[in-house]
Design a protein around this ligand. Structure first.
Ligand SMILES: Nc1ncnc2c1ncn2[C@@H]1O[C@H](COP(=O)(O)OP(=O)(O)OP(=O)(O)O)[C@@H](O)[C@H]1O
Ligand SMILES: [Mg+2]
Length: 281
């Protein structure tokens, strides 16, 4: 079986008195897309800060490519697991976009030529060339989000964590971020994404892990998660629209419940067309 890229065993974490994460087990393989869901305060962001070594757990173990992370390896963990914060402002430090994106690779101790090459590459990849001389502070929310993604990509981490990457974006900018995530997946990146958007998680993720009150209470493919009534209630989730429509069509006898369920509107139309091809009005 393929080795896990990143694995967590028995992880518990408390902020001073407050126990937040309780005995978490989690693993991700290279190239997977994992959505992390759960109500406000469930512990998702705290889990992410532990995953990339910004916070160090009170107990438990972290393995990267099967190798246990010891006390001296946390810096290495931070380099290999990139974290795009929910609030782009709290991530950005420099006076212009180009300097901002250079900051990470420079901190890795790379030479000037390598830093320039990486920065040029992400600026082109994320279409940021018009913004490179601007102050991050004055950018729009959508622009800031793309710059904060560029910051992390320039460090070439193995795993990319996104904390609610579409929160506070308009639908067009949210789509742009989704396209970036799709493209990163095509490039073989490993993606772990916290989201409250059930429709996005359903169409995008290979797997969904659900947090409730600091515990990881479910880890399944999306279709299974959205069939688990009790888990959905505990984690304040609702059914994705496409799944609801498809189940209504099955119940009404228009389509069979066999085979893979559609993930998008286009797939619903295609499947209905294929069963009704002799029946067109
Ligand atoms: N720095 C901190 N010090 C003390 N308690 C904290 C700190 N950060 C978070 N908490 C607490 O830890 C718990 C989990 O918070 P966390 O931010 O991890 O949840 P979340 O699942 O990311 O929520 P959301 O969906 O709202 O982003 C909450 O009760 C929160 O109040
Ligand atoms: Mg959070």
């Amino acid at each position: 079986m393929e080795q896990n890229l990143l694995e967590i065993k028995n992880l518990s974490f408390a902020y001073e008195e407050k126990q937040v994460l309780k005995d978490i087990h989690f693993a991700v393989r290279r190239g997977e897309r994992v959505a992390v869901m759960g109500s406000n305060g469930a512990g998702k962001s705290t889990f992410f800060l532990n995953l990339n070594g910004v916070l160090q757990a009170d107990s438990g173990e972290i393995f990267l490519e099967g190798k246990k992370i010891g006390k001296k390896d946390f810096l290495e963990l931070r380099k290999r697991v990139g974290f795009v914060f929910q609030d782009a402002d709290s991530q950005m430090l420099a006076s212009d976009v180009r300097a901002e994106i250079s900051f990470g690779p420079m901190n890795l101790g790379l030479g000037r030529a390598e830093v320039k090459e990486r920065v040029d590459e992400v600026i082109q990849y994320l279409s940021l060339s018009d913004l490179q001389e601007k102050a991050p502070h004055y950018l729009s929310g959508g622009e800031k989000k793309r710059v904060s993604i560029a910051d992390i990509l320039a460090m070439k981490p193995d795993v990319l964590i996104f904390d609610e990457p579409m929160a506070a974006l308009d639908p067009v900018n949210a789509r742009k971020v989704e396209e970036i995530l799709k493209s990163l997946h095509k490039r073989g990146k490993t993606l772990i994404i916290a989201t409250h958007d059930v429709d996005f998680a359903y169409r995008f993720a290979d797997r969904i892990v659900v947090f409730c009150d600091g515990k990881l209470i479910a880890d399944e493919i999306p279709r299974v998660i959205f069939g688990m009534e009790e888990i959905m209630q505990q984690a304040h989730l609702k059914k994705p629209a496409i799944l609801e429509i498809w189940e209504a069509l099955i119940a009404a006898g228009y389509v069979s419940g066999e085979g893979a369920f559609p993930l998008t509107q286009e797939e619903v139309v295609k499947k209905i067309r294929s069963v009704n091809q002799y029946n067109k009005y």
